[in-house]
Write a protein that binds this ligand. Structure first.
Ligand code: IFM
Length: 468
């Protein structure tokens, strides 16, 4: 008998199902630029990033990586890398200026061309409807804390589904509603920069309601389009040694319950038809009595979906706050290696969080719609970016995906965040997440070593399917 020797990359590629989707993701405000062109109106991120002190270094998305003008060559780059899918987001104020009224034909034409160019190049288009760029007019009318924003969102969703739905391989209503609600309206580090706990809770509900109403509009306009929502989920663990059972253990477990409650279950439970978790409703009662939840809302939010999108970056390690008996919680570190965002690298956390969704919620195919890492990249004398740490991050997290697949968890795809370096919200351009390096002076794109490794993995997966 002859031993067949396979290299580790081929072995990893072979551990994914043949129809597994390998892709990369971006979002409109982070890459497009061209913020005043072809009828686009400002979003809350245009307004916020132009307010002094909001974004590191005063950076804005005015130019970003100029993807609006470089779309064709960017798609060529995707195709050269062998990407199976590209997840982009649609800028609401580019498609429907002001967030109400007729479609902007020039804005729509851009996304129409993007979708067709991707399809021509064999890259499956996946669109997200809301990746944080609310038209400023809607914020002035109350923003996400106002119920009407959910109705406006559904109207916009119907327009997109009608125009593009027949060609999209995936349509995602919201990206990370936790961030929109709690970073945008709670601690104010994201647009629109409000700091009002009650408004943040109302925003979280109206985002989910908007998701449910949008799902109805999408099903009506494009019944065949695979539909989902993307949640940023965090495995949450007590910041205690393994097996610790001291008298304060219960306080740690309660801190875990609270953080898991507001970050994960607050979104997972209603989306999967369970309504808001009763313990979290009690936790938030001092801030809000949730009077904005109307009869019938929970049924709308539980609209049937075709897949769940999960974004995973790190694990939360939590402890009770400094004042015993209060509801405060502290986030701790374990001293593990971190990315440039200060997030601990924990690939097992990816396994744990997806496994938990699989074990505790009704079965739906799960796509990792974002996973990636920022590092201090250096362009070497050879003109290349040897991003050893990002490559290791990518590999270890894809290995976790492979373990999930081996354990019969229905993982259906993986989108690296991000295709290119881009505008990292409050961090501006200082944090680079791209597989492809961007020189912000010249807009030159250079695939990093991580991109080449990912390209080899995708090629090995394709040749495995062809050879099978
Ligand atoms: O850049 C963001 C993205 O827009 C949403 N998810 C997290 C990424 C990294 O912070």
């Amino acid at each position: 008998m002859t031993d067949v020797v396979t290299d580790p990359l081929t072995t990893l590629a072979a551990s994914f199902p043949s129809d597994f989707v390998f892709g990369a993701a971006t979002a409109a405000y982070q890459v497009e630029g061209a913020v005043r062109e072809d009828g686009r109106t400002p979003s809350i991120w245009d307004a916020f990033s132009h307010e002094p002190g909001r974004v590191a270094n005063g950076d804005t998305g005015d130019v970003a990586v100029d993807h609006y003008h470089r779309m064709t060559s960017d798609v060529e780059l995707m195709s050269d890398l062998g990407l199976g899918a590209y997840r982009f987001s649609i800028s609401w104020p580019r498609l429907q200026p002001g967030g109400s009224g007729p479609v902007n034909t020039k804005g729509l034409a851009f996304y129409d061309r993007l979708v067709d160019t991707l399809l021509d190049r064999g890259v499956a288009p996946w669109a997200t409807l809301y990746h944080w760029d609310l038209p400023v007019e809607l914020e002035e009318a109350g923003g996400w804390p106002a119920r009407d924003t959910a109705e406006r969102f559904a109207e916009y969703a119907g327009i997109v589904a009608d125009a593009l739905g027949d060609r999209l391989h995936g349509l995602i209503t919201l990206n990370e509603p936790w961030c929109s609600a709690f970073l945008g309206y709670g601690n104010g580090i994201h647009a629109p920069g409000r700091t009002d706990g009650a408004a943040a809770l109302a925003a979280s509900h109206h985002l989910l309601l908007g998701h449910g109403l949008a799902a109805q509009a999408i099903r009506a306009a494009a019944p065949e389009t695979p539909l989902g929502i993307t949640l940023n989920l965090y495995p949450t663990s007590p910041a205690l040694p393994e097996g610790y059972d001291g008298p304060d253990r219960a306080a740690y477990d309660d801190a875990v319950r609270r953080v898991d409650g507001l970050c994960n279950r607050w979104f997972l439970d209603p989306v999967f038809g369970r309504g808001y978790p009763a313990d979290v409703v009690e936790d938030v009662r001092p801030t809000s009595s949730l009077e904005f939840v109307h009869d019938g809302d929970t049924e709308l939010i539980a609209a049937p979906l075709d897949f769940l999108g999960v974004n995973y970056y790190t694990r939360h390690m939590v402890a009770p706050g400094a004042y015993p008996g209060t509801a405060s919680v502290e986030f701790r570190k374990r001293g593990w290696p971190t990315t440039a965002m200060g997030w601990e690298v924990d690939p097992d956390g990816l396994y744990d969080v997806v496994r938990r969704v699989h074990d505790e919620y009704p079965a739906l195919p799960i796509y990792l719609t974002e996973n990636g890492a920022a590092y201090e990249d250096v362009v070497s004398a050879d003109g290349q970016v040897h991003d050893v740490e990002r490559l290791a991050y990518l590999k270890s997290h894809l290995e976790a995906m492979a373990r999930l697949a081996a354990d019969d968890v229905a993982v259906a795809g993986y989108f690296a965040w991000s295709l290119v370096d881009n505008f990292e919200w409050a961090e501006g351009y200082a944090k680079r997440f791209g597989l492809v390096h961007v020189d912000y002076d010249t807009q030159l794109r250079t695939p990093k070593d991580s991109a080449r490794w990912y390209a080899s993995l995708m090629a090995a997966h394709r040749s495995g399917i062809l050879g099978a």
